[in-house]
Write a protein that binds this ligand. Sequence first.
Ligand SMILES: [Fe+2]
Length: 240
Amino acid sequence: MMRRYEVIFCLSDMHHPYAHPDLYPFLKALKAKYLKGISSKKIKIVCLGDELDYHASSYHESSTQLPSAGLEHHKAIENIQPLFDLFPTMDLLESNHGSLAYRKANTAGLPPQVLKSYREQITAPRGWRWHFDLTLRSGPSTIYFHHGKSASPGKLSQAMAMCSVQGHFHEKFHVSYWGSPQGLFWDAHIGCLIDWKSMAFAYAKNNIKRPVIGTGIIVDGQMQLEPIVLNAHARWIGKL
Ligand SMILES: [Fe+2]
């Protein structure tokens, strides 16, 4: 029998070392709001991918204004350390940026077996585990998690016939609902947690849409979106 979690705390697309500078105060405020006083057995933490950016190693052109691959990785590991303390147990999803080492190895004709594991690559705690996708239960909902399969609101949820959560589409931040004789279903895109002013995201500057910085927390099977409300300098106003 699959366990039902009271709270599933989701976060996605931090793109270290290019995460939003207020990431940790924001996550700490959310942890205090949603997880305080709840048994750890009833909590699940899910990162939907793109935990690191690997900008300098990308298949796309890299900015000459940003650090080399080695320096970027060093900075990313330094920047992600507070997350190891905040959430020593976490389930993470494979993603286009997170799995870049394996994708590049494949391009070079190398099997994944010759590389370090995801955990070793970023010196993560033993409680961090990576998956292709996840299906979890909370309240009356069965929820499917994937880094990003469809940008269309409702599409993944309807295809899977259960609720769904995705990251990947940085400017998508919504919950849409649909019903069937089987019950109420919802489909969520939870935005991202990047520093969108960084040169690493310069490619997005020509788009009309801007990324939405924020995340989502599932409480008793229902998704609550939590945007980081930014001031004129793209910094968090400090209030949830
Ligand atoms: Fe991303």
